[in-house]
Write a protein that binds this ligand. Sequence first.
Ligand code: SF4
Length: 400
Amino acid sequence: MRARPRSRRPAAVDPADWSDWGWQMRERVRDAQGLAEWIRPSEDERRAIDALADRFRFVITPYYASLMDPDDPACPVRRQVVPRLAELDDAAGLADPLDEVAHSPVKNIVRVYPDRIAFCVNNECALYCRYCLRKRMVGEPEWAMKKRELQAGIDWVRETPEIRDVLLTGGDPLIFSDDRLHWLLDSLRSIPHVEIIRLGTRLPVTLPFRVTPALCTMLASFHPIWLNTHFNHPRELTAEAAEACDRLTRAGIPVGNQSVLLRGVNDDAAVMKELCEGLVRMRVRPYYVYQAQLLEGTAHFRVQIERGVEIFHALRGRTSGFAIPTYVLDTPYGKVPLGYPYLKGREGDDVVVEAYDGRLWREPNPIERAIDPATDTAREAADPAIASSAQDAPAEKPPS
Ligand code: SF4
């Protein structure tokens, strides 16, 4: 198997410090001077750092900074975290495109579906992604959660028996200390109707040293725990990231990946294939790829949806089926899959489908008739509801 690259630790940094997540957090890059220790910032990047200082600051861990190409402003790692002047040129972008505030019954809980919630337990991350959906809250003190506010969220879950699935997100929940996380998980586990707890975290990508053996042991004591992380480009699949994911999966935690489709980062079928196949080699399941939202300051990242559909269509049949994530658009009404229309339509008793390479196949698939369960034979007439909807469907057209 191909060897994975390691991060570029500067010779002056002690290896024990480099792999200490506390050291990494303390030594984060926060200004142009610090950034210049890792890359040669372009004029655009320098000016953007000043221009965006009051809008959406930038913070980068030394680990992630070491993955950036020092000379190439188009580097897909660099594009994700270093400010650009293009962020100021987005007339359509919104602060809260999913209307999360309106879906919030109590501070930092977002409820779109009846049985599950996102609980934004933290407003901090190891670094700030320029396209972050929650940039309105990341790093902003008003969204920080005091312990009593976390308790209010837990109490709301306890009083809401429909909630069976709690996603801890943020910000990033793994920024919490082990003790704070233990308290949070223990409190949620004491609620009988909470069946699963999910963690949404980018730390395996941006600060893999946070995934310590002690953390994994603690998480495993609260099973079933699921975890989704957020790799966007094959260059992020380092040896350290793979080791972090390995520690999680060995602790019995299924690890999935949720990317965002980003122009200039991963909007290319070959790059997406390399990313997804690399994830599968790490035993991380490519789960979702999100269409970038209509979010303020991100017009330069957005990809036309039809092109996104074509990227995933190009993967079908060319790699393992489970290496292909579902491309989705998140909306205030929930997630909508954006799939290629392989089902072309009905012709009499056949349906016509398109194979991955474009060839059409007619599959005999008679219009359903109502079956008498006592004899397994068709009743006199076809089920009128099914028959009429099938007859209404035009041939050779994707069903609406
Ligand atoms: S890690 Fe996630 S929550 Fe944090 S800045 Fe990046 S996208 Fe936003």
